[in-house]
Design a protein around this ligand. Structure first.
Ligand code: ATP
Ligand code: MG
Length: 900
């Protein structure tokens, strides 16, 4: 039998024989694209070619690209382990044409490789082509459909039409785009899965996507043909390997079996044994929690190995946090579902390297580094893992006894702050017990902790030696670079006063003096760098620990030693933080002016990119009041008043007329007083005067512009205002203006007419909906809304379709969603068959209210059918058309129950 490595090679050989250049995979760390967390598709590294800003010396390429889909736009993390064909890390095989060949060759070659070279049964494959999108003025891709008939011997009844969601690819809001044609594999027992194409059903899976890039979308949304057409294809390597091996599960291939066997050797579990299948590795059921755990761990071991080898470090932010969450998730599964004691993930790395090191030599080269990194991270989590699980179990038991199903936010927060459980891990553990987590409560706890304790979440909890001198941080207000000495660092929970720190290590360093501002009073810790002879470190955060400042840093170059002299340089972003801090004082003061003396600060966050201010006030702040607050603050900005600080004995400071101290707040003695302006009044108003240890601009004019971006409620009697200043405020205004102008252009009206027109339009839509039977709707066929349930995030529509065509029904759902519906359920009849389609917005899914898969599952039995799918989109078939009205009735009831 063919090995997976053979299959990969055969793919590349097939295309190099057709004059494609082999291009190695790019790194998982997208170098040039800050909008991307990880490389997530083969085309990432060719983006500039499609955009026309780069040319290469080849016009055809083929490769296998390392991809991670565990965060950002593409996130398959939740599915991993539960299904057997989504991974967080996978390889995407692809062939490309840059302005060279187009649809004919792409289709013909894909078919030739799959059915000719690899001999896949034709009666198990389906092709989809773009079926057009009326609202977007896009015609169906008839050319692709014709080419499928002419260039291949596919049975034409196996060519399906798909809507914009599945069969039209766009790089972004604007830019290159075009229709695509997908190839799906039928894994049902009897090959009857036609209706399950693109239904998110594991029995019919997408294996290859052929994208035909032929249009350019401009700012107004208009499409024009590109000067040259391109081909971009992506095939899931693990999926095609499974299919070629005659398996239903990717985990049954030689890419995964050795990894699962390795996991088995660490615990008592025998993978798939409870399924009773002849090939136990081909189990796809998620009934056995041990099997799910094995799959998750095998998947995550690959992701960790490849990501760390490409230079991502587990950390508390961005892609580093994605990685940390993946690692902790895997560690928890091992501990709780498989009973593995102690760290084990690092021990899986050699197996990953053995399996894939030949194709990707970088993981072999960096194997030791990867092992060290995983081990360190796993050990640090391991110290609290058991106790966290214990706390969770105790709380969950207690709730279950009381008949409750929501874990309080405080518990989730304690698990996060004290035991290092990422909140999605806690959510996962809760879901396993049929419970949810009070996320709003969790966020509140996070905010409270950050703002009131004056320390960031994830603060290092360490006992520094008592004889360690206090860090002299008086230079923080000036911000100018200072020279300092390394006294030691905290690593693995302990303080080290001697030794060496090689490049790549992330620790918290203590210096004798610093100009870094450590997070306090809502102002975030500074970032910047330390330079020393022969090297440098980047500082990603600064935190208070007792009397010392901890500089969270990574050595980038050279070796840092205790006793070394370093030069501390705070990043420019600090200037933005200073603008926001001074603006926060002005905001606080203006709020009192406008809303009244009852306004008291309840918390604040001052970061470089924004400020957030929580205060006591019992109603929503009106638009007029917000506008007035903005006007007052900006008047102070324009007045360009000096901002001065003064340090006074606390007793004396509290006596200053007009100074506001917060009840219950503990102030240091002596205390620092921030005073804006030099006189007693400005435009008849008192000057802001507050106790504060933060850093401020020298004059209010440096704030440039103050703009409120949001106002909301955070708790009973507490409101929150978010605002921006300086260049960020300018960018915000420009963004709003360009969005509004684009909307006005699209409607061909003046900007000022926009609110009126939109109101008229939404009224019209409501009336059309109410009009009921016969009312026109999007898509092909007639659609009659039979029930509408109002929710704060939009209506939930239940609709009867005159056609049983799944594509038309999906298009209808798409159109209704675009018009503002939060969820749509459509049922239709085609001859003797019933088709049900459900689509649910991210918002409702995220709120745990309604899931499309559960919805169709609950209703389908009424029409004698079954089905399922993803939380956002699902479909089902049935055999009793006369029961459709009952089914729609039940669908509406189900939605009402869920949303109640
Ligand atoms: P699906 O709907 O199955 O999630 P997709 O539409 O997200 O697939 P594309 O973005 O078109 O997939 O990616 C191209 C190919 O990559 C797919 O045809 C599939 O074979 C493969 N693929 C996509 N996501 C994954 C994943 N998480 N794990 C393994 N393979 C994947
Ligand atoms: Mg996907």
């Amino acid at each position: 039998m063919k090995s997976c490595n053979d299959i990969r090679r055969e793919f590349i050989d097939f295309f190099t024989a057709r004059e494609h250049a082999f291009v190695p995979s790019s790194s998982l760390l997208p170098g040039e694209d800050p909008t991307l967390l990880f490389a997530n598709a083969g085309m990432n590294q060719f983006k500039a070619i499609f955009l026309g800003s780069e040319t290469r010396d080849y016009v055809r390429a083929a490769n296998t690209q390392k991809c991670i889909r565990a965060g950002g736009k593409h996130n398959d993390l939740e599915d991993v382990g539960h299904d057997c064909y989504h991974h967080t890390f996978f390889e995407m095989l692809g062939n490309w044409s840059f302005g060279d060949y187009f649809k004919a060759e792409a289709i013909q070659w894909a078919w030739e490789l799959l059915t000719g070279v690899w001999g896949l049964p034709k009666e198990r494959l389906y092709a989809t082509v773009f079926g057009g999108d009326a609202p977007d003025g896009l015609a169906a891709d008839e050319e692709a459909e014709r080419l499928w008939r002419e260039k291949t011997d596919i049975d034409p009844s196996r060519i399906f039409h798909g809507g914009k969601k599945d069969n039209f690819w766009e790089m972004g809001e604007t830019g290159p785009c075009g229709p695509c044609s997908e190839i799906h594999m039928d894994l049902t027992d009897d090959g009857s899965g036609g209706e399950l194409v693109n239904a998110g059903d594991p029995r019919v899976i997408e294996i290859w996507n052929l994208v035909f890039i032929q249009f350019d979308r401009d700012e107004a949304g208009k499409l024009s043909p590109l000067p040259a057409s391109h081909v971009d294809t992506g095939m899931g390597f693990e999926r095609v390997a499974a299919v070629l091996a005659g398996k239903k599960s990717n985990y049954a291939t030689d890419l995964f079996v050795p990894l699962i066997e390795k996991i088995e050797s660490l615990c008592g579990h025998r993978y798939g044994a409870s399924s009773g299948l002849a090939d136990r590795f081909d189990v796809t059921s998620e009934d056995d929690p041990g099997d799910v755990a094995c799959r998750v761990i095998a998947d995550h071991a690959r992701t960790l190995t490849f990501a760390i080898a490409d230079g991502v470090m587990p950390s508390n932010e961005g892609r580093g946090y994605v990685l940390r969450r993946i690692l902790r998730r895997a560690a928890r599964y091992g501990r709780q579902s498989l009973g593995i004691e102690g760290p084990f993930l690092a021990g899986l790395v050699p197996t990953v390297v053995e399996l894939m090191g030949e194709t990707f030599p970088e993981i072999r080269r960096r194997q030791d580094y990867v092992i060290d990194t995983i081990r360190g991270e796993e050990e640090s989590f391991g110290r609290t893992l058991d106790r966290g699980i214990e706390l969770f179990t105790r709380q969950a038991d207690r709730l279950a006894e009381a008949g409750q199903a929501e874990l309080p936010g405080e518990v989730a927060f304690e698990l996060y702050a004290t035991y290092g459980f990422p909140v999605d891990l806690t959510q996962l553990m809760a879901a396993e017990r049929g419970m949810t987590v009070d996320m709003a409560g969790f966020e509140m706890e996070m905010a409270k902790h950050k703002e009131l304790s004056g320390a960031g979440a994830g603060v290092l909890k360490v006992d520094l030696p008592p004889d360690l001198p206090a860090t002299d941080d008086s230079a923080k207000y000036g911000g100018k670079a200072v020279q300092a000495k390394v006294l030691g660092w905290v690593a693995d929970g302990e303080f080290h006063a001697d030794g060496e720190l090689p490049a790549g290590r992330e620790v918290a360093v203590v210096l004798d003096r610093t100009n870094f501002y450590a997070e306090q009073g809502g102002q975030v810790g500074d970032v910047g760098e330390l330079r020393f002879t022969g090297g440098r470190c980047t500082v990603s955060d600064a935190q208070v620990a007792g009397q010392c400042v901890l500089h969270q840093l990574t050595v980038i170059k050279g070796t840092l030693r205790a006793g070394d002299e370093v030069r501390c340089r705070v990043d420019h972003s600090r200037r933005a933080t200073m603008r926001n801090h001074t603006a926060t004082h002005l905001l606080n003061w203006a709020l009192r002016e406008v809303l009244g003396e009852h306004v008291n600060q309840a918390g604040s966050v001052v970061a470089p990119d924004r400020l957030r201010f929580d205060f006591s006030h019992s109603q929503a702040v009106t638009d007029e009041q917000l506008a007035e607050v903005e006007r007052i603050v900006n008047a102070w900005v324009v007045a360009d008043e000096p901002v001065r600080d003064e340090t006074l004995p606390l007793g004396e400071a509290l006596k200053i007329d007009g100074l506001r101290a917060m009840f219950g707040e503990k102030y240091p003695d002596p205390v620092r007083v921030i005073r804006v302006g030099k006189g007693r009044k400005l435009q008849g108003r008192k000057y802001p005067l507050e106790l504060c240890g933060g850093t401020h601009v020298g004059r209010t004019g440096q704030i440039g512009l103050f703009k409120i971006t949001g106002e909301e409620s955070v708790a009973k009697g507490v409101r929150r205002i978010t605002a921006v200043t300086g260049p960020v405020a300018v960018a915000w205004v420009q963004q709003i203006e360009s969005a509004a102008s684009a909307a006005a252009r699209a409607l061909r009206i003046k900007l000022e007419e926009l609110p009126e027109r939109i109101e008229a339009m939404s009224k019209e839509i409501k009336e059309l909906r109410k009009a009921g039977p016969g009312a026109p709707a999007g898509g092909v066929g007639d659609f009659v809304v039979t029930a509408a349930v109002e929710t704060p995030s939009g209506d939930v529509l239940v609709t009867q379709s005159s056609t049983g065509d799944a594509g038309a029904m999906r298009t209808y759902c798409d159109v209704q969603r675009q018009k503002g519906a939060a969820a749509v359920f459509v049922g239709g009849v085609d001859g003797a068959k019933v088709m049900l389609v459900a689509m649910v917005s991210d918002e409702l899914v995220g709120a745990g209210k309604l899931r499309a898969g559960d919805w169709v599952k609950a209703v389908a039995p009424i029409v004698g059918g079954g089905g399922g799918g993803k939380p956002n989109l699902a479909q089902a078939g049935g055999k009793q058309p006369d029961k459709l009205p009952d089914a729609l009735h039940a669908a509406a009831d189900y939605a009402r129950d869920q949303l109640a």
